[in-house]
Design a protein around this ligand. Sequence first.
Ligand code: ADE
Length: 233
Amino acid sequence: MIRMMEPTLRFDVLSLFPKTVDGFAEESILGRAVEKGLIEVNSLDLRRWAKGKHRETDDRPFGGGAGMVLKPEPLFDAIEEISNESTKVIYMAPDGENLNTQIAKELAQEKHLLLVSGHYEGIDQRVRDQLVDREVSIGDYVLTNGSLAASVLVDSVARHVPGVLGDEASLQDESFEDDLLSYPQYTRPHEYRGMKVPEVLLSGNHSQIKQWRDDQRVSKTKSLRPDLLNETN
Ligand code: ADE
């Protein structure tokens, strides 16, 4: 495809499992954002930068222990080749800071994100010390395939790039905006298996609907995620 303009945000995902990343960005909203040239998503196979007869990317940990560690040389070579002055290098790791809406919004301001996905017991610490700008976790559990974590980050960041969600308003009332969960949604039919849609939603009274939705957001957050509540909401 010939593109006349730079995308607003380019994601490069460097991993041992490029196929995990291929495909998901072709579907639905992200697919349209790629088509429109708003974002670009590339998956890069770390083996391309591995040297030697066996193109090894991992080795046993110094000091012993289970599993394998990704070697520094292919990672240094790859990151240095792919990076430019506007690149932010993000390492996806279970011991990174937990991904949330705030981080997704911050990363959506960047021009180029290079996401490094680990595997096995992680990557050589020297890569983290020297080349990584930020370390991000997608939750307190461990995946075997760090590319899944990178894919989650791409999706959550891309939707904050202007124009990606056709309807900008749809970002406003969703969960975690204002530290509140979203309100319940209903569509037709207005009665299904004896269950009725709350009358207020059929009233056409926009201020009452807004009040009901705001109340629902607060009560839902109180019961499901009280840790999110603060004095402002
Ligand atoms: N790699 C393995 N587990 C992960 C997690 N929870 N978050 C980010 N990267 C990971």
